[in-house]
Each structure stands twice: as C-alpha cells, then as structure tokens.
Design a protein around this ligand. Structure first.
Ligand code: 4EZ
Length: 229
C-alpha cells in the first residue's frame, strides 16, 4: 500500500515531512516528490504549488508515476460556514469547482458535459477520520468544499459561492485533486484547517495563521496514518 500525501504550499507539507523516515527526493515535471516511510507505510509526498492546474498535475504524477493507491490532502482553507473558526478542521464530504462556468449554454455552475458538479470523497476514509476524531476528542467538521483559482477575500464572492454550491469552506486545489482521483478510481480525503474567513481580513489572517493551521491539519493526517499502519 502506497499513500500519497499532498499539499499546495511548502508550509502545508513541511510539518508532515518531519514525521517521515528514509526520505528520498525526486525531481519530476518541474516539481519535487519525496518517497518516504512512515511506520512501515510507503508514502509519497509533495506540495503542488497553488491552484487547480498544479494540483491536478501533482495528483496525476503521484498516482500514475509513483503508483499511490490512496491520496490524502492536507492544508488550509477559508471558512464560509460561520460555525468554522480559525484553526477548525474540515473534511470534505464532496467538492466542486466554483469558477467553472459555461452557464451561457444552460448548464449549472460548476458543470461541464461528461463531468459532475460534485465529486464525493471516499466514505471509508471519512469514516476512519471521524472515528479518530471521536477517540481523540477532536472536533472534526465535515462539509462541502468549493475550489477555484482565486484567493477569496470578498464577502460578496464568498456569499455567492455559499448560495450557489452550499459550500462550507473554500480553497484552490481540492476539487482538482478530487477530479483526478475520481478518474483514476483512487480513494481520496481532503482535509483543511481554517486559516481565514474569506472576507476583508482574509489576506492578513491567512499570513498570520498559515503555519499554525497547516500544522493542525498535518497532525490529524499523521493520526490517520497511525490508524492505517
Ligand atoms: C489555496 N490556499 C490559499 C493559497 C493562498 C497566497 C500566497 C487555501 C486558502 C484559500 N483559498 C486559504 N484561504 C483561502 C481563501 N480565502 N481563498 C482561497 O488552497 C496563497
């Protein structure tokens, strides 16, 4: 069993690398991939760079080249749901692309022919995560994550994404990873810790909480690996 663990930014992946053993580094497709061991589990780690295109590329390489059989994403997100506060964990139940728009042809937002608006996360990984949270007394929330190639720092845009997709959180990679994993039939799990509320203060909050929230997400991913050993 080989597990892919990905993030978008160095800050999201560094706290995970510190837990790994026998780390080997590879350069491929203009990115760096790490093969490593965690308590006997084979792991491949990378940060993709920000956005849907880079995220798709990295997820594809991890599956096709490194032969990952499951994929876990760790990172931070902007909150939409008011119950989500900075530092809170949210696992995606399903994901959508909020910036995908061919509505001029009568299609719904987030949809292209032969695609789907929402991609559902793997039920077993969600179940595993919920059990771990319960045992450890961690408040893991679940919800819909909306992905797009924009850093949202605007209450109006946030409201539109909330109303259009019933989304609880937003970020810039999750749905891209979901599309790739769904196509290759690879079970995936997208975890995010909140860094900001996608509002006027989002830029400031993001910078302030990126490291701390990344670590919260990474630590939960590690406890999932502990259960998978
Ligand atoms: C993208 N990530 C942000 C990358 C920002 C700045 C150099 C997560 C995220 C996010 N994405 C946290 N808050 C967000 C927000 N308000 N809008 C979009 O996955 C890079």
């Amino acid at each position: 069993m080989k597990i892919a663990i990905m993030g978008a930014m160095p800050e999201e992946i560094e706290p995970l690398l510190s837990y790994m053993n026998d780390i080997k580094s590879y350069e491929l497709a203009d990115n760096r991939y790490y093969e490593a061991k965690y308590k006997g589990i084979d792991v491949v780690l990378a940060y993709s760079k920000i956005g849907k295109v880079f995220a798709s590329l990295t997820a594809s390489v991890m599956i096709q080249h490194f032969k990952a059989q499951k994929l876990l994403f760790s990172g931070v997100a902007g909150a939409i749901n008011e119950n989500l506060k900075i530092g809170d964990l949210i696992a995606a139940t399903k994901l959508c692309q909020h910036d995908l728009d061919i509505t001029a042809f009568g299609h719904p937002y987030g949809y292209v022919p032969e695609g789907k608006v929402y991609i559902e996360s793997d039920k077993e990984l969600l179940f595993l995560a919920k059990n771990i949270a319960k045992t450890k007394g961690i408040d893991l929330k679940e919800g819909i994550i909306a992905t797009g190639d924009q850093f949202i720092a605007d209450p109006k845009k946030k409201e539109w994404i909330k109303n259009t997709f019933s989304a609880d959180a937003l970020e810039m990679e999750g749905a891209a990873v979901a599309v790739v994993c769904d196509a290759f039939d690879i079970p995936f799990f997208i975890l995010r810790a909140i860094s900001d509320a996608a509002d006027m203060d989002a830029g400031f909050d993001f910078d302030k909480f990126l490291e701390k929230s990344s670590k919260i997400s990474a630590d939960f991913i590690i406890s999932m690996l502990d259960e998978m050993v």
